[in-house]
Ligand binder design. Structure first.
Ligand code: FDA
Length: 307
């Protein structure tokens, strides 16, 4: 196992400790401001507007995950519907991301499907695309079932995510081919055991390129969601070499991460979207960003020591 992964796994496991959570919540304001657009929908829409002015489109994400009651799941559905209605008024490309566990997947798959269906019934006619984010490995199977069920019901404005760190992903990609999915490809952000996931960054990166190229060759529309300059350069090289048009794929990055690269890619004529999270439940999202980047942990530690 390499050091990157050891660091990541350690942060993700410590971040789950309630005392660490309380400490970070009190002291990580500057990091929150960097990665989260705000706590309200209005702040998120302002951030999206500013991105649009730079040629970068927004993926709005109402933060929330792993809900423990049906009321919470229904409240999140309502929050997402409010977002969908607000986006419908906007002149820009309209796009939201949702997490299945935010809509009650851990309580019942039927509940999550019902709530997703309700979102898609409003979103699709308004031209709002809905991306199902992919969470940790125990939820992958159910999330893929939700995606397939929605497609079988006739919804088309919905997309799925695959993670290159999981051993199972190539098979999942092949199984999805008959659905012609709009695919977001990521490396994967969760703490996964060595029984199910590559632990070595080089292998995860190689798998990422292998899966991305396979999906492009199969004619799928691929959203390459990564900040990794090496992978972005290789996707550009590969698509140019094989004459794959810029309309057949896009790049996605997170709000606050490599904003200059986001603008540059857009200027080069690529479709670029930034994932814009907002809401009060920012802690799990922020923990994953700290786990991706040791400098972020140093910022938190410095603010703790600074008193
Ligand atoms: P890697 O982590 O190897 O980083 C490469 C370089 O990018 C770093 O050297 C650094 O320069 C920069 N960088 C990366 N992370 C940074 C950070 N937090 N702050 C500053 N710089 C950073 N995951 C998942 O499991 N399910 C999902 O549904 C999604 N959805 C999703 C959507 C979008 C739009 C993005 C961009 C990412 C996701 N992810 C995700 C997260 C993804 O799995 C992964 O954890 C992060 O993108 C970090 O991995 P990179 O590919 O950027 O490479």
């Amino acid at each position: 196992m390499n050091l990157d992964l050891v660091y990541r796994q350690a942060v993700l496991s410590v971040a789950g400790n309630p005392r660490v959570e309380a400490l970070i919540k009190g002291r990580a304001r500057s990091l929150v401001r960097r990665y989260v657009a705000g706590e309200t929908l209005e702040e998120a829409l302002r951030a999206a507007e500013a991105l649009e002015a730079q040629g970068v489109h927004a993926i709005l994400d109402l933060l929330g995950e792993m809900v423990r009651s049906e009321e919470e799941a229904r409240a999140f559905q309502e929050g997402i519907l409010v977002l969908v209605r607000a986006l419908a008024e906007k002149p820009w490309p309209k796009y939201v991301s949702v997490k299945p566990t935010q809509l009650g997947l851990d309580l019942s798959e039927g509940l999550a499907l019902e709530l997703l269906r309700g979102i898609l019934r409003e979103a699709e006619p308004k031209g709002v695309f809905v991306r199902l984010d992919m969470e940790d490995s125990p939820r992958v199977e159910a999330t893929l079932r939700l995606y397939k069920a929605l497609r079988e019901e006739g919804f088309s404005g919905v997309g799925v995510v695959l993670q290159s760190y999981l051993f199972r992903t190539e098979k999942d990609l092949l199984d999805l081919l008959p659905y012609r999915p709009n695919l977001r490809l990521v490396k994967g952000a969760y703490r996964e055991p060595q029984e199910v996931a590559f632990q070595d960054k080089r292998l995860i990166d190689a798998e990422y390129l292998h899966l991305g190229k396979l999906a492009l060759r199969e004619g799928l529309y691929v959203a390459f969601a990564t900040h990794d300059p090496r992978l972005i350069a290789e996707v550009k090289r590969y698509t140019e070499a094989f004459g794959i048009p810029k309309t057949a794929f896009e790049f996605q990055l997170l709000y606050g991460v490599r904003p200059e690269a986001q603008r540059r890619l857009a200027q080069e004529g690529y479709t670029v979207r930034a994932y814009v999270p907002y809401g009060k439940d920012w802690y799990p999202y922020l923990s994953r960003r700290i786990a991706e980047r040791p400098e972020n942990l140093l910022l938190v530690l410095r603010s703790l020591l600074g008193g």
